[in-house]
Structure formats: C-alpha cells, structure tokens
Design a binder for this molecule. Structure first.
Ligand code: NDP
Length: 606
C-alpha cells in the first residue's frame, strides 16, 4: 500500500494485514547500515556549538579539599539526591554541573515552547516539600528551571556547588576509602561518597549530513538556542529577529514538535525537514486553579499522585481512579480495557499480544485521523501521518504543531524517510531540490545508544584499577540500578535495572535519592568507611532482571529510532537494559520496604 491509500476504520473494521504491511514498508525506507554512526558530536569543527549561550563562565581557583558526598550532575537526579541527603542532615554535599546553574536538561533546553510532556503534578519533583503549585497541567521550561533553583536554594545546595565544571576522572583511593575527583577546571578533591546522575539525554548530536560544515549562514542545536539571533526569549516573546529570515529546522521529534509553532509564527519562511513523522496526540494543557490545588495538596498528596500514575500503567487491573488523566494513562487504560474484556479462551500471551496490537492500531488510526482534521493541505496531512506502533517512537502530544503547517510560509519537506541529502554553503538539498536558507536549526536530538561512560565523559576507576567500562563491557551490572560491585561508596542514579518507569523519569530519581540517602545515613551511623554491594547480591539482582519479560518498548520491528538502537541488532548488552520484572509499581513498593527494613540486604558495610 502506498501514496494516499490508507487502511481505514476503527476496531473490527481495521485491515490489520494492510497496516502491518504499511508499517513494514515505512520501516524499510528508514533502515540504514550506519545506525548510531550516522550522527556526530558537537566537537572539532562544531565545538563552539556546545558552548553555553545562557551564562558566561566565571574564572575561579581550582579546589583541593574533601567533601562527604560529591554528586555529578545538577539536574533532577542531583537535586533530589541532595535534598534527600539534606533531609537526613547530610549537608556536606557538592554537586558538580557542566551548566552555569542547576536544571540539567532544563538549563540547556530553552528553545521556544519547551514544556514537560508528563503532567507537572508528578513530573516536577518535591512539589510538596517546596510548596510550589505548578501554574499549568504541563509546565513550561522557565517554570521548571526556576523550580530546580528553588530546590537548590531550599536544601542549601548552592553553597558547595561547582558550575561550569566537567568531571574528567574519578578514581577510588583504596587506602583512604574515598574517591578522587578531577575536573576540567583543574580541581582535584576527594569525597567519601559519590553519586552520578548525568541523565540519559545530555550529549547533543548533529546529523552526519554531507557538507554540514560548509554552511555559511547561522546554525545551532535546539539545546543551545541563540535568542541573540532569533530575538524573543524562553518565556514566549516573539522572535522578531526571524521576521525577514528563511529558516530550516532538521528533525521532527519531541523538541521540534514544541518549537515549530513558534518558528512558524516568527519566520518569513520555515522549512521543516522531516525524516519520520512523530505521532501527535491531544495535549489539552490548562492552567492549574489555585482553589483546586489547595484542595488536592493535602499531606502526602504528591506520593499519592505518583503512585496513582504508576498504578494506572501497571499490568494488572489498574487503580480505581485516574488522578493524572493524560496521554500516558490513556494509552494504558485502552490497553487494559482490551485485555480485561478478552474471553477466557484468549487470556493467554498470544491473545494478549493481539489485544495489545488492536488497541495500538485503533489509537494510531485516531491519531492519523486527527492529522486530516487539522491540516488543510491534504498532501501535507498525508506526509504528517505516523505509520508505526505508538510506542515505537516517543509519543508526542501537542495542540498547535499540526496546525502550524496551515501558516502561510511554513513548508513541510517530507524526505520520505531518507533525511536531508546534503548541506551547501547557502542551504539544504533534499529529494534533489535545493532550499536556500539563512538559518539551520538542528532538532536532531541526543546520544542514546552509546556506552554510559562514553556519554558521561569519564570512566570511574574502581577497586583494583578496574574501569566501569570494563566491568560493564558485557552490559550494565548493578543492584537496584544503583550499587555496583567493585565501586564502593558509588551510586548511580538512573531508571534502568530499577523501576525503569519511562513515562515519568523523575519518579525513578526521587526514589533513588531516598535510597542513597538511607544507605549513606546508615554507613555514617555505623561509622563504616565503605559500603558496597556483595558479588552474590548483585548477581541475584541480575538473575532476577533476566527472568522478566524484557523491554516493552523499542521492538526490533519498529521504525528505527533511539528506542530500538536505530533498528540495528542491539546485541547482548541490551538484555540488561531492563527494569524490575514485576513492574514499576512493585519496584517502588519493594524498594521502600528494603529501605524501611533497616537491614540493607545485599550491601556490606565495613
Ligand atoms: P529525537 O532524537 O527525538 O529527534 C531527532 C529528529 O531528528 C528525528 O525526527 C530524526 O528523524 C531527525 N533526524 C536525524 N537525522 C536526520 C537527518 N539526517 N535528516 C533529517 N532528519 C534527521 O530528538 P528530540 O530532541 O526531539 O527529543 C529527544 C528526546 O528528548 C525525546 O524523545 C524526549 O525523550 C525528550 N524530550 C522531552 C520533552 C519533554 O518531556 N517535554 C521535550 C523534548 C524532548 P528520525 O525520527 O527519522 O530518526
């Protein structure tokens, strides 16, 4: 099936065979042998692209001292770990951050329209502790950045923080039972405990398009937005600098979806270069009513909301109510509705997978119909339809993106899965046609499929001189996604091998923060110089993880993207990129019990 022919109908009337064929055809157009190698870092000729456009780097003297806890990364992970430690009276905490302030992804990504994709009530950490009421169901970037600063201030994390500083080396100093930390600012200090929370998407990447270095106009990556050139600001002021400019944006992922409506309004001409369309469902953002919030914000409210959101995505019958009511809980509810109405003879893995597919086909048909309803030009509408299962790519939710293509001067350049052919001194070539432009904006995303230590920019050297990259050569090995054998007093803060709740990353991080604070508190209480997971406990955890069903997203038959290693065989390491087999809800319960028991099973303190 090609061109305008499309499988029609809902539920029973969907031609499933035709859809499966169409999905396979569209995937085949996008497969390429170079996988992750197709991208390049903001290095070499592009090093200037990585510089901080938001704040000048202040000179300072290198540090040579000792702290109780050093944490790498000043985004949500570092902030919540710092907060949980402070709550237990551990305040000698130094956060090391490459940006000029706290915020992590929200420090860097100040592109117009940046907004959280998961509801603020559960996405923004420590709302109850700080007393902040989000202003919108999905808060915009500046408010989230400000919230990060609020957490930093409230928990006294600014005093000891090192901004515009990148860790270059980490080494376990066996004799002194502490870590040595070296940075690009000449620091060399020690810490008894070390946390690492550098985030999964912090290394910006550019497409490896032929001729990319030859372009003589203005260009930048979305995570380094140049308001000096475009005019406007992250709060939504009009980008007057673009009123006489021809602008190209490369990429149509979650970032592009949020900034295209703003660019469409501002630019004289806007060319959106699309390789794969995103699925765009309804956003339905709304201001939060202070009276409603006052009613909701009773003691323990955020934990209740977090648990309710997670419960609504669990495999079982779900929670009796849906507090968050967004696109994520909708996906899960539809799926459950299908599965739990199956006749008894179809209540088996095959029947359930088929019900899953039906729910997905139905949802995606709805999303494709929405494109026809909102986009005036039928050819453009056809090109904007996503032909893959919803969780093959990051689902997007937006109420102005599709409509932006009705703006005069905004053009969708559908490259039919092939991407931009070439960049010249004056423009871009796609499908053999040249588009002269003044400015190219790269909405080309962040490194994902590369090794943890390659992305981190340092490779911790643990007990006996073993590097983390060596220890993880066959895949990640931890207990709880946090503790690593051979790397005493070190804690990793990220979702994998823990709850792995992809729809709300901050929930994973706040739980890890609580776990780490409990362990450090216990080590201090016992006057232990070291705490480390035992070999046996780590192996048991790995065995448990491998007994599970594996990853639910990123199937190999999906259209290529960072969810499935760009369609390349992920290799044996990917088997370990999983979460707790019983699901996120069960993990959060398990980890709370583990902490509260006070036994810290699997760890040795000495
Ligand atoms: P993505 O990796 O999702 O998107 C990159 C885009 O660039 C894709 O559309 C990709 O096409 C395209 N591209 C790459 N190479 C070429 C090429 N040679 N020619 C044309 N197009 C090309 O990056 P984003 O920055 O959009 O998003 C990254 C992640 O960050 C999201 O998935 C999400 O997890 C997070 N995010 C979250 C937000 C939130 O919560 N509010 C907002 C924004 C981002 P193709 O699809 O074919 O590879």
């Amino acid at each position: 099936m090609a061109g305008n022919a499309q499988p029609a109908g809902t539920a029973g009337s969907i031609d499933k065979e035709a859809l499966r064929r169409k999905y396979a055809e569209e995937r085949a157009k996008r497969l390429r042998p170079d996988g992750n190698e197709q991208y390049q870092r903001l290095e070499g000729k592009f090093a200037a692209y990585a510089e901080d456009p938001h704040m000048p780097v202040k000179p300072r003297e290198p540090l040579r001292d000792h702290v109780t806890f050093a944490f790498i990364g000043g985004g949500f992970a570092g902030l919540v770990a710092g907060a949980r430690l402070a709550e237990r009276g551990i305040t000698d905490v130094r956060i090391i951050e490459k940006g000029g302030d706290f915020g992590g992804t929200w420090y860097w990504n100040r592109y117009p329209g940046a907004q959280c994709d998961t509801a603020s009530m559960i996405y923004m950490p420590l709302l109850e502790e700080t007393g902040h009421m989000p202003t919108e169901k999905y808060a915009h970037g500046p408010e989230i950045l400000e919230h990060c600063q609020r957490i930093g201030r409230q928990y006294g994390l600014y005093e000891n923080a090192l901004f515009h500083t990148e860790v270059e080396a980490l080494e376990w100093y066996e004799a002194a039972h502490r870590w040595i930390i070296r940075t690009n600012r000449g620091d060399e200090f020690t810490a008894q405990f070390l946390g690492m929370g550098t985030g999964p998407l912090h290394v910006a990447k550019l497409p490896g398009i032929e001729g990319i270095e030859s372009f003589e106009g203005k260009s930048f990556h979305t995570s380094r937005w140049d308001y000096g050139y475009t005019g406007g600001d992250p709060f939504g002021a009009p980008m007057t600098g673009l009123s006489d400019k021809r602008v190209a944006i490369i990429g149509t992922g979650a970032t592009s979806v949020q900034c295209v409506p703003h660019l469409a309004r501002a630019a004289k001409e806007l060319y959106v270069f699309q390789r794969t369309p995103s699925s765009i469902d309804v956003r339905n953002n709304q201001p939060i009513d202070p009276e409603w919030f006052a009613d909701v914000a009773q003691p323990g409210w955020q934990k209740r909301w977090l648990e309710n959101f997670t419960a609504n995505q669990a495999a079982g019958p779900g929670a009796s109510e849906d507090l968050v009511q967004d696109g994520w809980t909708d996906i899960a509810k539809r799926l459950r509705a299908r599965i739990f109405t199956l006749p008894p003879e179809k209540m088996n893995p095959e029947g359930m997978m088929s019900a899953f597919e039906d729910a997905d086909f139905e949802k995606m048909e709805e999303i494709r119909r929405r494109v026809d309803q909102l986009v005036e030009d039928p050819e453009t509408a056809q090109s904007l339809k996503a032909w893959y299962r919803q969780l093959c790519k990051r689902p997007c939710f937006h109420d102005a993106y599709l409509q932006a293509f009705n703006t005069p001067g905004t053009h969708l350049i559908d490259t039919g899965g092939k991407g931009v052919d070439r960049i010249t001194e004056t423009g871009l070539v796609a499908g053999g046609k040249e588009y002269p432009v003044d400015c190219i904006i790269y909405a080309s995303g962040f490194e994902v499929g590369t090794d943890y230590t390659a992305r981190a920019g340092y490779d911790p050297v643990g007990r006996g001189g073993v590097r983390l990259s060596e220890y993880w050569a066959d895949g990640m090995r931890t207990k709880h996604g946090i503790h690593v054998r051979g790397f005493p007093n070190m804690f990793v803060v990220q979702p994998t091998q823990g709850a792995n709740l992809i729809s709300n990353i901050p929930h994973n991080l706040t739980e890890s923060g609580a776990t780490i604070a409990a362990v450090v508190d216990e080590a201090i209480r016992r006057d232990a110089a070291e705490v480390e997971v035992t070999e046996e406990a780590e192996q048991q955890w790995i065995d448990l993880l491998l007994s599970g069903p594996g990853m639910m997203i990123g199937a190999q038959d999906c259209t290529p993207g960072y969810y499935n290693n760009e369609g390349q065989e992920p290799g044996p390491k990917a088997k370990l990129s999983v979460g707790y087999p019983a699901g996120a809800m069960a993990y959060f319960k398990y980890i709370q019990d583990w902490r509260d028991s006070g036994k810290f099973d699997g760890l040795e303190f000495h």
